[in-house]
Write a protein that binds this ligand. Structure first.
Ligand code: BGC
Length: 440
């Protein structure tokens, strides 16, 4: 669907249009606790697991969602993006748990009652154990099974939900678990598995999209795409183009014509390569054997490096990658160039840090860039921050603090951080004050 762009206010007043969505996001496995029927639960416990922690109780959001939603509404946000968990809803093939669907209905009612708009993600990284056992996204039956589950959820939530994200960051699911670049399940590390997973995820999105629209034609559906601000030098460019086609562009194409596209951006990658290295890599692109023997180990080494080289003077986040507020504008503009006229929602943007002032700086810088893009008629419909709460950061466990709201690991006590107040104030006023971030 193509929508007329919303014109933002002039640069001087930095006003955002009425109806712009202001929110925060979570994902079921990262916050709910005891997601014991999922592939990730098993991955955390596997002998020799790459995971730092077990997710366990997470932040107990499955039980505490009412208080958590009240905190988000209390600071002034108007949108809550969260995921429903396939592994809970369909614990065995074709068996749908009505009590769990009731839970998500009640949770969604609570979101509305608090004055927030729900945005529901149908798949955020985790699979039911029984789907994983058949090969996960490599199994040709998975897309149709995903669509059947999606339809069931959309029918259960009925008129409560107008925004659906089908699959969260399919590029990361494939790259992380099937090429092994993030040490995600199922732990495959070859290009054939990677290609099959990409195909499955593209088909899953398309069938999922149709399922959502079939069950609720007025809902807006789209996928959420992870995008990096890539900056390769000339020698690195052919290799980065090859990589980006498979991690980002294939999913932009899969999203063409959807009701919206979600953009999720965390950083920039400046890639410098010597001519020799470039020649060797280009050669390895030519055959599958070389790709698997030469390229994949190199990609994995770089992707799993906890402290990759950064450009001189660059700051590093807890995650190890560059602190780069400007990356959001770059990726939003690129998305708009590839999918002209298609509505864009920033469905994630955030930072892991112990210094909340840095989070405020990231939000402020990101929003200034977003505003500049909107002044150029890029049709951005909302900004949703990752994350609402400190949570379980996959392989890195509880070591990363992404929350607008902090969560004490020992007591699970919540603390609203100044960054939450900062974003809430922007949400309430629709304006970003001049002169840089002012906390509080
Ligand atoms: C994912 C989240 C994750 C966040 C921070 C995104 O890739 O959607 O699940 O926690 O980035 O790493």
């Amino acid at each position: 669907m193509t929508e007329a762009p919303a014109r933002a206010g002039s640069m001087a007043e930095l006003a955002f249009p009425p109806g712009f969505l202001w929110g925060a996001a979570t994902a079921a496995h990262q916050v709910e606790g005891w997601n014991a029927n999922s592939d990730w639960w098993d991955w955390e416990r596997r002998p020799g697991t790459p995971c730092r922690d077990e997710s366990g109780i997470a932040i107990d959001h499955y039980r505490r969602y009412r208080d958590d939603i009240a905190l988000l509404a209390g600071v002034g946000l108007d949108t809550y993006r969260y995921s429903v968990e396939w592994a809970r809803i369909e614990p065995a093939e074709g068996v749908f748990d009505e009590a769990v669907l009731d839970h998500y209905r009640a949770m969604t009612d609570a979101v509305w009652e608090a004055g927030l708009t729900p945005m529901v993600t149908l798949h955020h990284f985790t699979l039911p154990r029984w789907v994983a056992a058949r090969g996960g996204w490599m199994d040709p039956g998975t897309p149709a099974r995903f669509a059947r589950y999606a339809e069931r959820v959309v029918r259960a939530l009925a008129d409560r939900v107008d925004w659906y994200c089908t699959i969260n960051e399919p590029g990361i699911v494939a790259w992380g678990g099937y090429l092994g670049a993030l040490d995600f399940p199922p732990g495959r590390t070859d290009t054939r598995s990677w290609e099959r997973a990409i195909e499955g995820l593209v088909a899953g999105h398309r069938l999922g999209y149709e399922a959502v629209k079939g069950a609720r034609p007025s809902a807006r559906a789209g996928l959420t795409n992870q995008l990096i601000e890539w900056e390769p030098d000339e020698d690195a460019r052919p290799f980065i183009d090859w990589l980006r086609a498979r991690t980002e562009d294939v999913f932009l194409e899969a999203a063409r014509g959807d009701d919206f596209i979600g953009v999720q951006t965390y950083t920039r990658a400046v890639v410098r390569m010597g001519a020799w290295q470039s020649a060797a890599l280009r050669l390895s692109l030519r055959s599958r054997l070389l790709r698997d023997r030469v390229l994949v180990p190199q990609i994995r080494r770089q992707a799993l490096d906890p402290a990759p080289a950064l450009p001189p003077g660059a700051r590093r986040t807890q995650m190890g990658y560059e602190f780069r507020p400007e990356a959001l504008e770059a990726t939003v503009r690129r998305t708009a160039a590839v999918l002209p006229g298609q509505a864009i929602v920033v469905t994630e943007h955030g930072i892991a840090t112990d210094d909340d002032a840095e989070r405020i700086e990231l939000i402020d810088g990101g929003l200034r860039g977003l505003h500049a893009a909107m002044v150029d008629w890029v049709p951005v419909k909302g900004y949703i921050h990752w994350s609402a709460f400190d949570n379980f950061e996959w392989v890195k466990g509880y070591s990363q603090r992404f929350g607008l709201i902090g969560v004490d690991r020992a007591t699970l006590e919540r603390t609203v951080r100044p960054s939450a107040q900062f974003l809430g104030r922007i949400a309430r006023t629709g304006r970003l004050g001049p002169g840089g971030p002012v906390p509080g």
